[in-house]
Design a protein around this ligand. Structure first.
Ligand code: FES
Ligand code: FES
Length: 182
């Protein structure tokens, strides 16, 4: 993918925050996004979240843009990261997973269904971040205790649904994925 132009949709005012960058201040590199090889051309200071959204992968949300809310969570080489705090160039040569993954992994598929069944979203702004955080958890720690699941989910914020339905949904997905062994 090519980060061709300065982003103008997210910040108003006479200048976007990348507008002082000269064209030759751009980095070019390759990575894999949702199993697809991708070529990125982006300003050196462009965040991973901005680069993804600029290319239409808007399932990755931007909330606080300072690492607090977790709405921008994606998986980088299988590990949940805050894409608002990660430079796009740091993903060079890496494997990236976002909520747009198609077909979804078995964890993402189970989580999507459980979020729907347990009413784990209202406005949905936080949902993609919670889903990717939970995908990473259920893959790395399939036998995580409910206390551990709660602890991991506490990394992200939801301002309208509340944590209980989200916790219930992740535990339900875990039950499904482990065949009810927990
Ligand atoms: S937008 Fe990245 S943590 Fe809030
Ligand atoms: S569903 Fe609205 S912020 Fe979480």
């Amino acid at each position: 993918m090519t980060y061709a132009d300065h982003r103008a949709d997210h910040h108003s005012g006479p200048q976007t925050r990348d507008s002082w960058l000269e064209p030759d201040d751009r980095a070019q590199f390759d990575l894999v996004v949702n199993d697809q090889p991708v070529h990125v051309r982006a300003p050196a200071r462009c965040t991973l979240a901005d680069a993804l959204r600029q290319q239409g992968l808007i399932g990755t949300r931007l909330g606080c843009e300072q690492g607090s809310c977790g709405a921008c969570t994606v998986l980088l080489d299988g590990q949940p990261i805050r894409s608002c705090l990660t430079l796009a160039v740091q993903a060079e040569g890496c494997t990236l997973e976002t909520v747009e993954q198609a077909p979804p992994s078995r964890e993402l598929h189970a989580l999507r269904r459980a979020f729907h069944q347990h009413g784990a979203l209202q406005c949905g702004f936080c949902t993609s971040g919670f889903l990717m955080l939970a995908v990473g958890l259920l893959r790395d720690e399939p036998d995580a205790t409910p206390e551990r699941v709660r602890e991991v989910l506490s990394a992200n914020l939801c301002r309208c649904t509340g944590g209980v339905p989200i916790l219930r949904a992740v535990l339900a997905a875990q039950q499904e994925l482990t065949g009810g062994d927990r």
